[in-house]
Unconditional design. Structure first.
Length: 117
C-alpha cells in the first residue's frame, strides 16, 4: 500500500504564495506520475498539475504561469509552488500518484488552502 501525506496548506491573502509538499511512503514503484488535484466546496474535484515519470509537466489553464510543480524521486516527494494566489484557488488540495502503466491510483487526505480577498 502507498501513503501520501500533504503539508504546507494554510491561509494567505490574495497575491500571496504557498508551497505544498507531498511525501509518498510504503510500496515503491519504478514508474509513476505524481500531481495535484483540488476540490472547492460544492464543486467537483479538478486537475491542477502533474509531473510525469519522464519529468514532463502539465497544468490546468487556470494555474498556468502561477503554479510550478516539481518532484524529487530520491525522496519520493512532489511539491507545488503557488504564487499570485487568487480567492478562486481556495480549495482542499489532494496529492495524487498514478502507477504507470497499471494506472493504479493513490490519493492523499488533502491540505486546505484558503485565499482571502
Amino acid at each position: 500500500q502507498v501513503q501520501l501525506v500533504e503539508s504546507g496548506g494554510g491561509l494567505v491573502q490574495a497575491g500571496g504564495s504557498l508551497k505544498l509538499a507531498c511525501v509518498a511512503s510504503g510500496r515503491t514503484f519504478t514508474i509513476y506520475n505524481m500531481g495535484w488535484f483540488r476540490q472547492a466546496p460544492g464543486k467537483e474535484r479538478e486537475f491542477v498539475a502533474r509531473v510525469n515519470w519522464d519529468d514532463s509537466r502539465a497544468y490546468a489553464d487556470s494555474v498556468k504561469g502561477r503554479f510550478t510543480i516539481s518532484r524529487d524521486n530520491a525522496r519520493n516527494t512532489v511539491s507545488l509552488q503557488m504564487n499570485n494566489l487568487e480567492p478562486e484557488d481556495t480549495a482542499a488540495y489532494y496529492c495524487h500518484l498514478q502507477v504507470v502503466p497499471a494506472a493504479t491510483e493513490y490519493w492523499g487526505q488533502g491540505a486546505q488552502v484558503t485565499v482571502s480577498s
